[in-house]
Write a protein that binds this ligand. Structure first.
Ligand SMILES: Cc1ncc(COP(=O)(O)O)c(C=O)c1O
Length: 356
């Protein structure tokens, strides 16, 4: 069998999403929450999980979780779709929308890699619009592409991964206004930015919001939440696999809603850690951090960044380096860790950069 003849060209020409095996003591590469579960939660979770019936399929569509998140976000239940991480919700959206020849999915670059990977895998053509020199949206270019190519989907990471800041709200409003397609505002890092379009769902029927529990200490659950208009959610439900969210994630997701303040205390610590880390990075000569609204910081290095990356790894610290030739070519992204991890990272970076 010639496997290349069977697999789509769009798949053949891609690389799998790069995930580094974790051999480092300090893992600051994947924008995870570094803290273990809040006090008392392990016991509560164990009690609930022991009551689960493993011989039965989980309830399709996660209705309990849908009701919990509807209450939590203050929206109607029929506006919610629960996914196996927001990665799955991105894939569901891309599976449901029309593919056109001119360019059906648009996003700024650099941004979250899965928009591109999933769009190509689902047979879409893509329109990539580079950010300007201030890492803001090039709104004129985006509005031009909307009018020329009428994309079915526009992805905006808010704050943007990996650059860190929320784009200007007015620019996003102009895009929402101009677009006849869906505009996905991906608020994966909302708990660190405090900025949201959740209250704007009444204003635009093409607005869709994505949230996730991955950044608030529950990445292993794989739970993403889509909030959109009932007519859209109705169609997306036909694309969703029946048992897409396993029973453990459904149970623990509901416990998150019930005990959310405990989880969110930890995000406050991360926001304080971000400020400390930003000031320390600024103080290192030759390192330029970009301001961040998320739980990570992007910084440029005066040295060869692959060298910095490798030498940090030799000291037990894993960060994220990018293989792209754009604004990121000399940049590294570091996730905000615990106070101790942040201190060790800064010490290691000082040694790598200045040998002190
Ligand atoms: C902007 C953005 N959206 C979505 C995701 C994926 O979230 P999930 O873990 O819920 O699939 C990430 C993960 O890093 C992200 O940065």
């Amino acid at each position: 069998m010639n496997i290349e003849k069977i697999i789509k060209n769009a798949v053949l020409s891609q690389e799998a999403y790069p995930v580094k095996e974790n051999l480092c003591r300090i893992k600051l590469d994947a924008n995870e929450n570094p803290y273990p579960l809040p006090p008392g939660m392990k016991r509560i979770i164990s009690e609930h999980l022991s009551a689960v019936s493993l011989n039965r399929y989980p309830t399709p569509g996660s209705p309990g979780l849908k009701a919990d998140f509807a209450r939590y976000y203050g929206v109607d239940e029929d506006m919610i779709l629960i996914g196996n991480g927001s990665d799955e919700l991105i894939h569901i959206l891309l599976t449901a929308v029309n593919t056109s020849t001119s360019g059906s999915v648009m996003f700024p670059t650099p941004t979250f890699a899965m928009y591109r990977i999933s769009a190509l895998n689902t047979g879409h053509s893509i329109i990539e619009v580079p950010l300007d020199n201030h890492l803001e949206l090039d709104t004129d270019a985006m509005l031009g592409a909307i009018s020329d190519k009428e994309p079915s989907l526009i992805f905006l990471s808010y704050p943007n991964n990996p650059t860190g800041k929320c784009f200007d709200r007015n620019d996003i409003e102009k895009i929402l206004e101009a677009s006849g397609g869906l505009v996905i505002v991906d608020e994966a890092y909302f708990n660190f930015s405090g900025k949201t379009f959740m209250r704007d769902l009444d204003r635009w029927d093409n607005l869709v919001i994505l949230r996730t529990l991955s950044k608030v200490g529950l990445a292993a659950l794989r739970l993403g939440i889509l909030i959109g208009h009932p007519s859209l959610v109705h169609h997306l439900n036909k694309v969703r696999l029946p048992y897409n969210v396993n029973i453990f994630s459904q149970v623990i997701g509901s416990l998150f809603v019930e005990h959310s303040e405990k989880f969110l205390d930890l995000t406050d610590r991360i926001v304080s850690g971000r400020k400390w880390l930003f000031d320390e990075l600024t103080a290192i000569e030759g390192i330029n951090p970009y301001p961040s609204d998320a739980n990570f910081i992007l910084f440029s290095c005066f040295m060869e960044k692959d060298d910095v990356y490798e030498r940090l790894m030799d000291r037990g610290v894993l960060v994220k380096s990018f293989a792209s030739p754009d604004i990121l070519k000399n940049c590294i992204r570091v996730t905000v860790g615990t106070e101790e991890e942040n201190r060790e990272f800064i010490e290691a970076l000082n040694v790598v950069v200045h040998g002190e």
